[in-house]
Design a protein around this ligand. Sequence first.
Ligand SMILES: Cc1ncc(C[n+]2csc(CCOP(=O)(O)OP(=O)(O)O)c2C)c(N)n1
Length: 630
Amino acid sequence: MKKMGDMLLRRDAFSEIVMGNTAIVRAMVEAGTRVVSSYPGSPTPEIALAIQSIPKNDRPFYFEFSTNEKVAIELAYGAAVNGHLSTVFFKSVGLNVAADTFVQLSLMNIIGGLVVVLGDDPGANSSQNEQDNRHYAHMSYTPMLEPADPAEVYHFYREAARLSQTQGMPVILRLTTHVCHAKERVTFGAWNPVEPDDTPQFDPSNGPYIPLTTQAIEMKRTSMARLEQVRQRAEETALNRVVDNGNTARGVITMGLPFLSLMDELDGAAAKPDILKLAYVHPLPRKTIVRFLSSHREVKVLEELDDLLENQIKAMAFDLQLPVKIIGKTRPEDWIGEYTPDKVRHVLSATWPDMVQAAATLEAEDPAPHRPPQMCPGCGHRSAFHAIKQALAPTDITVADIGCHTLGFLPPYEMGQLLMCMGASTAMASGLRLFNTSRKVVAFMGDSTFFHAALPGIINAIFNRHPITLILMENGTTAMTGHQDHAASGRNFNEVTDKIPVRQVLEGLGVKHIAEVDTYQQAKLAELVTEMIAIDEFSVVIARHPCMLKFTREQRKNPTYQQKHVTIDQRVCERIHTCIETFGCPTFTRDTEGNVTINTDLCIGDGSCIQTCPTKAIAPAGKKGKGGDA
Ligand SMILES: Cc1ncc(C[n+]2csc(CCOP(=O)(O)OP(=O)(O)O)c2C)c(N)n1
């Protein structure tokens, strides 16, 4: 890590093989970025890992993980109107959380500059949907750039920062999963650090900063005019690319990852189309596009997810009555998934079958079997679900939230029958309880989510007296996105800090029924849940156990660490298979005769399974089971 930190602060120009998520941090350093904020979410958390590789005192900018995306963007905005070049980054759906603030930003005069980095997720690799955030650029009059690879991430960030500073507008840098995680050799510039002038520059006369009624309309006029100036920049930028294959019959207009996949697929194609690859996806460089349309008979618009580019380009051609055939998306699947080379071949073959060979079917080409995600060995959530299931009637309703505990919806637990977005479980559960006296309603939630977006739903349940039970799965970290600290961890990104204890927050809100238990105490947990769901008022069970993946990773740093595991006494085991079929820990495997063995590479010896075995055949390694063992 130190090596990465050293690289990111090199003074000379150099080239290195890096991920998109690393390249952007060097760009921040070179651009003189002063404030960066975020809330974790794939595909962006590695940006924070790269930042972390720079020792705190050497970091040329302030960084924090904020409580949620809305807070993160507000913090970055505050810093930017005080004169600091600022950046906020988060995942695709994070923009929904930040939207209430974000949609106003282009109305303001952001003197320091503000780059909003989005990690969109075509293919929903790690998100609850694959929303296309280009729509937000349109609805908020905000310029948006989209790089295709790590080198472009570096250059486009620099462009976005410059543009934001000169126009005083926020600028979105839209990354996608492939672009964040791809690696390539990037040539970076030199870095000549200049002593930052941190004099607070906020001055209301630099505004406008108050978007109220009629003033908001005037501000909108200004932001639309500024967007037209940006369009001029979009025409002139050297970041647009034209690939001239001398083909006046066929052309492709594209952007981002689809461009790279297209280049891949055309390698060896008979007659290659000309290509126009756009850097700015909003506002579009109208003249550049019209020139390209005017010099080709057929133009294919190749874009991932929605048909924004296509519709705008068709409108341009229509307005000017251009004699060009524009081919956009033709089949429903063209709107879905990542535009990998296979996918692009599939899409192109429907347009120009003579140019590229159709892929058989996309699925048939994928040789890897699908592996459902699952909880780690020793995960406290597994013990919790195993226990809670025993306390609930089959007709009771369980509402999931977002996090590792979401995986409880999978067999064998099947806990969590509805899921929406971070923090939504309590209020959805409250709705499910209305006109419902016969089926108990239980909501689940992680501790990072509790602080992120759950408090209004919880307050609502207290205030409007919804008699549901919330199970707060407290593991001390934001586990699913890579163990980032949160308000109850006792650390922020930069230092040790006071914990904000969830129990005291709940008590402060007036929750009368709160129980706490370690999830490995499965019988006790089941008992407490039975008790709490019987109360006709809002109740909370704090089901606590540290994230065991984080815990064992920390333990492994100790050179004397030895991985423990459990064993099965084959003489005692009656092949009932509770460990596999009900508890479901992936360390257990069953052979064709029904014998159960332990995968000692996976097992961490936590022993949470021991209590689940009806014949007591499981024991810690080195200790005897009922019938004796190693
Ligand atoms: C609005 C939004 N921001 C970020 C994410 C990414 N994300 C998925 S799960 C998760 C963390 C959940 O942490 P916690 O609630 O503590 O549950 P755990 O994974 O630790 O069980 C985050 C941040 C998201 N899905 N939606």
